[in-house]
Design a protein around this ligand. Structure first.
Ligand code: LMR
Length: 404
């Protein structure tokens, strides 16, 4: 029955991790998958997460009963407040609400499924735009939900290693009316390059003129600046400008909860009855897809965000991660500069968040691979893979890759 099923290509980013793990070299460096590492190159369980988990383990009132289909209400509320701000008029008017999701990818999947059923124009598929380049899974998720018209908008100017703001605006202006645009709320993956506030306003105004439906993919809130409010600026601006929209939140990076798969799909709708109807439809989507979500990650996030002392501890932990990334950016930049490595490396310090789009080309990446340094062929590096112990070997190798 299945003998003619073709072997699927491996998922590049996960294959990269497997290759790195299998490499016996003591020089190896993993700059691939977006996961935080300490300066010792180790995964970090946030201290606040450790203490909340310890409390949870001895709480006799906690059990393993099913959660509601739409998730843990206290989690959905806390997550929605985190991204929109607790005084957001959309929350106060009861027209914004969350649905617990299987991390950020799950939120995107719910968004895509919901939009395909209730927004997609029946006779002709609605165009779905992603940035060029983008995180590869966005288009795959929207394809799997049934969308067929996939397009890109200009984002990265490879010559300048800067945002192609003019190109982006032109692509919005030329998009079919009512297209869906997937925007990165902060810390753009893979480039680490975000529009300025002024540019965001220009983008939002262009989206308004074309009646664009925005989906904000917000997987790195707090990771860029260390302050979740600062990183939510663009999302809040779109809400303030009156858009109906969806926000896909992940707590993988900012809580270090990678495998708990905890996220939130935040819906901002025109009014409260519309929100209720839309959430009721998402409920049916969830029920038929995976019935109801897991509770461990939701409990950790909800407990932390709803307790002022724990929240402060989380903010401190977040600050620790964001600061280490910034420090590595500056160190990498200054070491490449002092070595005289050809090229302008300033983008490394103007970019933000977990990733840097280095500008290294595929053959330079190949060269680095032979030196046991693992990164995506696009030249994206995870800044967290850099440590004070491996940076000299990395700089020397980048220098050789660029000059060979
Ligand atoms: C990444 O971009 O490295 C992460 O978001 C992990 C993933 O699932 O691709």
């Amino acid at each position: 029955l299945f003998t003619d099923v073709e072997l699927a290509a491996p998922v590049v980013i996960f294959q990269l991790t497997a290759d790195y793990k299998a490499d016996p070299s003591d020089k190896k460096i993993n700059l691939g998958v977006g996961a935080y590492r300490t300066d010792e190159g180790q995964p970090w369980v946030l201290p606040v997460v450790r203490s909340v988990e310890a409390q949870m383990a001895i709480d006799p009132l906690l059990n393993h009963e099913y959660l509601p289909i739409l998730g843990m209400p206290s989690f959905c509320e806390a997550a929605t407040q985190l991204v929109l701000g607790k005084d957001s008029p959309a929350i106060l008017q009861n027209r914004a609400g969350g649905v617990q999701s299987i991390s950020g990818t799950g939120a995107l999947r719910l968004a895509a499924e919901f939009l395909f059923r209730f927004y997609n124009k029946r006779e002709k598929s609605t165009a779905v735009y992603v940035s060029s380049p983008t995180w590869g899974n966005q288009t795959a998720v929207f394809k799997n939900a049934g969308f067929t018209d996939h397009r890109t908008y200009r984002y990265w100017d490879a010559d300048q290693c800067a945002l192609d703001y003019k190109g982006m605006l032109e692509d919005i202006e030329n998009a079919p009316e009512f297209s869906i645009f997937i925007l990165h709320g902060c810390a753009h993956n893979p480039t680490g390059l975000d529009p300025s506030h002024e540019e965001w306003i220009g983008i939002a105004e262009a989206c308004k003129r074309r009646n664009i439906f925005p989906v904000l993919d917000c997987a790195y809130q707090g990771f860029a600046s260390g302050d979740p409010d600062v990183d939510a600026w663009s999302t809040r601006k779109f809400v303030e400008l009156g858009f109906e929209l969806l926000v896909c939140q992940s707590f993988a990076k900012n809580f270090g909860l990678y495998n708990e798969r905890i996220g939130n799909l935040c819906l901002v709708m025109r009014d409260s009855p519309t929100l209720s109807r839309c959430r009721s439809q998402v409920e049916l989507i969830v029920r038929a897809m995976y019935s109801n979500p897991p509770n461990h990650g939701a409990r950790i996030v909800a407990t932390t965000l709803s307790n002022p002392a724990l929240k402060q501890e989380w903010l401190d932990n977040l600050h620790t991660m964001a600061s280490r990334i910034k420090a590595m950016r500056h160190l990498l930049h200054s070491k490449l500069r002092s070595k005289g490595t050809p090229g302008n490396w300033d983008h490394i310090i103007t970019q933000i968040g977990m990733f840097s789009y280095t500008g290294l080309n595929a053959s330079q990446v190949e060269f680095l691979r032979k030196r046991h340094i693992y990164l995506l062929s696009s030249g994206r590096i995870n800044m967290c893979g850099i440590t004070t112990s491996n940076i000299d070997y990395l700089v020397e190798s980048i220098h050789d890759a660029v000059t060979s």
